[in-house]
Unconditional design. Structure first.
Length: 490
């Protein structure tokens, strides 16, 4: 077979590993290779597949091209039963009842405020937690007021005025220049978030001296699993995009099979979480059709299914949607339907909670990172772990309602509240890998397997594609495996 014939096969959608290309270029038999390779129904054709065809055609293997043999890879994870627990009550899938009425919006914000107020009340505080219906009774006394941030802005005197709102009304909280510490702290307040503000009430004003977020406990320790297993975190694959780095993704699958080094770690991988933007979708943004190699969203998911079929069958795959997937654009998002993803995988909503080996994972695609980066000084796409930590501080995944990031559906329950302390917070969306530790929570942004798009070039955004994050919760070790050009990362 010559190079032109090989390129024709590739143009027909047949994906090959470098070794299989080498074997095919040396092949001189008479088989209809396209038909035979398609009949395999595989996402990536490796050297073992080609070797079997060559052997069947009784064509000698060319010098220097070895057919893959059984490697003796005996993964530890294959011997283990999965330890997974899902929390359907925290997942919107099958529960959306919103009609967009005024009452829906009222119920949504009441739920947000009531649950946050309850959390503040059960925490130790020297000050009484008061609502606006009783605030007059506490005039000139130090109190803690729990409310939503309705507005904020600087006054002519350089003070910060924050309009706080609850079910019973509003009040103007003034952060004065005389208390620069609290003034600077209050500048990070976000619209619509629920916070506690401490100070004294004087008529229609509250002279504020501190703002408190719910946050995670300071002394909380990182949790460990009993078993020595590995969890891999991926997101933003974008199957169907011409920027999808398919060849690199095939190397990741090959590594999981024990064929590309670090076999001890590969053999520990028992769980794989793919956090949204599984496919590039269709009609997500104007002119998207120019960036698609697969213009049919059903076929995009078919390509993903073919890839999943190549995964070792003992790995538990968990899939959640993102803003490019075939679910509603607004958050919270229900799980991707079985009509789209037919391969073996656990399909959850966005956000969702899952217990893996005793560690509670909060999985959220991360669309709100756009609005957090825009609203909070010093935040940047270059370091997505910082706005992720801000979500943990505020105990809410999308505190700014419908601004910049994903639009929130006003369900009766606010599914975006972080009402427990996650052991792992996993996001994607911004195509930038990041790892951090915050008060016992492992913070992971899993990057992408999509190359730099035209949009990202215009925005000056530089992604970090083809880096897979692996967490070993028994030891606390985190590895980042680079499949961008060095698949045998050590």
């Amino acid at each position: 077979m010559d190079r032109a014939e090989l390129e024709k096969l590739i143009a027909q959608g047949i994906r090959l590993t470098p070794q299989s290309e080498k074997l095919l270029l040396a092949y001189s038999g008479s088989l209809d290779l396209e038909a035979h390779l398609r009949s395999l129904g595989k996402f990536i054709i490796d050297e073992e597949d080609v070797g079997k065809l060559i052997s069947a055609d009784k064509v000698p293997v060319p010098p220097g091209a070895e057919i893959a043999r059984k490697s003796g890879f005996e993964p530890l994870a294959k011997q283990m039963e999965p330890k997974l627990k899902f929390y359907p009550e925290k997942d919107i899938t099958g529960k959306s009842r919103c009609t967009g009425s005024v009452e829906d919006f009222l119920n949504y914000f009441r739920d947000r405020l009531e649950r946050c107020r309850h959390s503040f009340k059960i925490r130790n505080s020297k000050l009484p937690v008061v609502d606006l219906s009783k605030v007059k009774d506490w005039e000139a006394k130090d109190i803690r007021l729990v409310a939503l941030v309705k507005e904020k802005g600087m006054t002519k005197n350089g003070n910060l005025k924050v309009v706080l709102e609850d079910e019973w009304g509003t009040i103007n909280a003034i952060f004065s220049t005389r208390n620069k510490g609290s003034l600077e702290k209050a500048k990070a307040l976000l619209l619509d978030e629920a916070v506690a503000v401490e100070g004294k009430v004087a008529g229609e004003f509250m002279w504020a001296n501190d703002v408190i977020w719910l946050d995670l406990p300071v002394a909380r320790q990182q949790k460990q699993s009993e078993r020595d297993i590995g969890i891999m975190y991926l997101s933003d694959l974008h199957f169907g995009s011409r920027f999808f780095m398919e060849h690199n993704f095939s190397h990741l699958i090959n590594w999981l099979k024990g064929n590309e080094g670090r076999t001890e770690l590969a053999g520990k991988i028992k769980y794989l979480i793919i956090d949204g933007d599984i496919v590039d979708g269709v009609g997500v943004f104007p002119g998207q059709e120019k960036e698609l190699t697969i213009p049919d969203v059903f076929k995009q998911y078919e390509a993903f299914d073919l890839a999943m079929e190549q995964m070792p069958d003992y790995i538990e795959v968990i899939v959640t949607p993102g803003n490019h997937d075939a679910v509603r654009r607004c958050e919270p998002q229900p799980a991707i339907s079985r009509e789209m993803i037919k391969s073996k995988a656990h399909l959850l909503g966005n956000p969702s909670w899952v217990d893996i080996e005793g560690l509670k994972h909060l999985v959220y695609h991360g669309t709100s990172l756009d609005s957090l980066i825009a609203a909070i000084p010093s935040m940047s796409y270059h370091a997505p772990e910082h706005p992720m930590i801000e979500s943990l501080k505020r105990r809410h995944l999308s505190p700014i309602y419908g601004d910049g990031g994903g639009v929130i559906i006003p369900e009766e329950k606010d599914f975006m509240i972080i009402d427990e302390e996650p052991d792992v917070l996993h996001m994607g969306h911004v195509h930038k890998n990041a790892i951090a530790m915050y008060r016992g929570t492992v913070v992971i942004n899993s990057g992408t397997f999509q190359g730099r798009t035209d949009y990202q070039v215009r925005r000056g955004h530089i992604p970090t594609p083809c880096i897979a994050t692996v967490y070993e919760p028994h030891t606390g070790k985190i590895s980042q495996l680079d499949f961008s050009g060095h698949p045998k990362q050590t």
